[in-house]
Design a protein around this ligand. Sequence first.
Ligand code: ATP
Ligand code: MG
Length: 687
Amino acid sequence: MIEANKLSMPNDRNPGPEIIKILLIEDNPGDARLVKEMLIEGGINHHNMKHVDRIGQGLALLAEESFQVILLDLSLPDGYGLGTINRVYGVASRSPIVVLTGLDDESLAVKAVQEGAQDYLVKGQMDSSSLVRAIRYAIERKRTEVALREKEERYRELFDDAPVGYHEVNTEGLITRINKTELNMLGYSLEEMLGQPVWSFIVDEEMVREVFFAKISGILPLGRSFERNYRKKDNSILTMLSEDRILKDMSEGIIGLRTTIQDISAIKHAEEEKKILEKQLRQTQKMETIGKLAGGIAHDFNNLLTVIKGHGELCLEDLPENHPLRGNIEEIEKASESGAILIRQLLAFSRRQTMEMRIVDLNAILRDLDKMLNRVIGDEIQLLTIVAEDIGGIKTDVGQMQQVVMNLVFNARDAMPRGGKLTIEMSSVELDETYCQTHVDVTPGRYVMLSVSDTGCGIPPNIKDQIFEPFFTTKEMGHGTGLGLSTVYGIVKQCGGDIEVHSEIGRGTTFKIYLPRVEKPSESHAPAPAPSSSTLLQGSETIFLVEDDEKVRKFIRDALRKYGYRILEAANGEQALGLVEKHAGEDIHLLLTDIVMPGMNGRDCAECLTAFHPEMKVLYMSGHTEGAIVHQGVLEPGTAFLQKPFTLRALAQKVRQVLENSAGEGERQKEERWGILGKSIPSQTES
Ligand SMILES: Nc1ncnc2c1ncn2[C@@H]1O[C@H](COP(=O)(O)OP(=O)(O)OP(=O)(O)O)[C@@H](O)[C@H]1O
Ligand SMILES: [Mg+2]
């Protein structure tokens, strides 16, 4: 009582009856009156109490206003027993309930408290002090309950919405708790995961199971982060960074493990992409370095071969038919011819081959090669060519693109010594950002794809990185130089394309080439018209020769003089300019100039000289590896050009053609182009 009074004094300055807002639901008017009197006696202002005698009325009132405590009779005309508690709870979950019950119903009251009522009072046994105390305790208990519930709710939210997945397992490894984040990550419902062994959701189940028991029994330490691959419901895999902690009960007994998991798949993926890219970059740099080396060698050899070959030819022209040395010189010629083939392949690889770019239709190139391909691959191999119309054009050098196809086909053939299937396919593809992120040197856009697939032996993974290197071959001595794919690589890259290899041992290989699609209308890729039937190689015109390599210059000068021409010569652009002034007023018919020279390059030189002699024709030659021509690797269409090393006859023929203003390529030179392939290609396929 004293305690109750103490509690009832909220305000020391005005110690009047305490105001507690009470709802009394009681159908017995006598009992209701008694309650009122007890409240007054207990120092609680009864004017603040509302009284109804039906549960229905009580619920209606509760829906409108809140009460600090509800005094509830459990046997009302419209509501009896525990159900009444739940009905009140339904509308006023935050108000404490004190159940009023008859003597004979005490057991019901006890159940009511178990169901959520805060206290009960037995009518006939209660007095004002027990009533007031029950009210105060009920209010206090409810407040604590609500606070606890709110705390729990907050904790549950924290648990469920945590940025990491979280689960607990018992000592058998069965999941006992799991948060929403983890359920969402893995795509399962709570029911699907609860009670299941945790390893059944992880890749490499058996190992994970063993590790679990080793951890729970203390054999393995905990607390270190480790990676695990979880299997989602849709079977996809997520890489998780996990961490375990031991779960103990109050008496320090181990009851399971608590694990946090963090999805690091995206980071992993990015790391892998980076690794691929780095590897590609290293590969590209390596190829670049080898290319420079090869290109440098090719440059010097080109000039040497031009001189060796040219002097050989000059000798042969002068030696009588039956001279005993003819055979020796012919051997020298043949050897320099083979050298030239090698050099051109190296030049192609180092992307320093001069390309005569045209916009062409890849379909047409393939159609033209078809007959020959069949002959090359033999009867044992079945060839399937899938052409696709409307794939647009590509900008390339026709001869070199044919070489690309041929080299891939030769490789496919060699990979299928006992026969198989060779498929050449073309299609139009779009390479997007994602593709380009993992492919160095490729820009997004539309490409024409050419794939060459075989059902051959496949490429062992350990040599896959080397196959494009010059002179890398697995073929027996004499069966391969290892320059086929290097040439393909160089040509494709020089055309701004990309190349991909997919291979499986024993199943076959696919090479995919992507070439930038060009939307301009296709030009015919047919070789230029055949030159005039005139085989006249002689001439008497004046030719201005500009060449920095003295030996080459001497050979060309001697050769052209032999054919009757008058030669003015200079070792570089500056000298040439001086010379042209001296010969001002004379007719100079042709400028034959090297493209890359120290100081002024061939193009600038031609520009200056033609200003003095607008009528002068220009023929470029090159075997060089750097400079203007190499930066683009491209000559303007219609520019007359001679690739070093050249034969005497090719030189004479080209000079005549240019002088006669025919842009065409000499028949002989065309033959030589095929010669470059190093494989004999029948002439009927050239059209
Ligand atoms: N389709 C393929 N199937 C299996 N291995 C291949 C295939 N294409 C290329 N290779 C492998 O790549 C190597 C290099 O090929 P590449 O074309 O550069 O040289 P090569 O064919 O050996 O000689 P070359 O082409 O100069 O005559 C081959 O020796 C072979 O091991
Ligand atoms: Mg090859």
